[in-house]
Write a protein that binds this ligand. Structure first.
Ligand code: AKG
Ligand code: FE2
Length: 175
């Protein structure tokens, strides 16, 4: 993780771009999440279990993608997906591992801080950890924390925005 990878002005511009995007509620089976999302590059459709190319990333994302790649030691071209999320008050994200079609996960937090909770199943229960995601900070999930641990964010009473860049895994490339 690293704090302060964006200025306040850059953060405000990214938030207004996300708010100006055609966000829609995350849907899975009968369940409609309170978090609003939009994907560029590739779309993993949970409702129809379909992984398909999506609209290319717009210019306003390219600078922040380059920073995310540099931070994670990747090349910008590797980060082929960008997921925009707006969490309105009451929205969170439940326990999950990111889909196996993706490999590296690099996330940028905007607007307000959140606690990223982490857990890994053990014989006795769960190992747990948590980390504070400050606004304007970045994190990289790879290796064990990406593949062996789940993560979640509890619903909050203030809005938060995030941009998650992902590379494809071998499985994603094969698909
Ligand atoms: O909002 C975040 O920073 C986390 C998002 C996340 O875990 C995901 O989209 O898979
Ligand atoms: Fe995730």
């Amino acid at each position: 993780m690293r704090d302060d990878v964006l200025t306040g002005a850059q953060e405000a511009a990214l938030i207004s771009h996300i708010d100006g995007s055609d966000l829609s509620p995350f849907r899975f089976q009968q369940w409609e999440g309170k978090r609003l999302t939009y994907s560029y590059g590739w779309n993993y459709d949970f409702e129809h279990v379909r992984f398909a190319p999506a609209e290319p990333m717009p210019d306003w994302l390219l600078d922040v993608r380059a920073r995310a790649a540099a931070f994670a030691g990747l090349s910008a071209d590797d980060l082929v997906q960008a997921l925009l999320i707006r969490y309105d008050p009451g929205a969170g994200i439940g326990w999950h591992k990111d889909r196996p079609v993706f490999e590296h996960v690099v996330g940028i937090s905007l607007g307000s801080k959140a606690v990223l909770r982490l857990r890994r199943r053990t014989a006795a229960g769960f190992d747990r950890a948590k980390v504070t995601l400050a606004p304007r900070s970045i994190y990289h999930l790879s290796g064990e924390v990406r593949h062996a641990w789940e993560h979640s964010i509890a619903p909050m009473d203030v809005p938060r925005w995030s941009i998650t860049f992902r590379s494809l895994s071998d499985k994603g490339r094969a698909a």
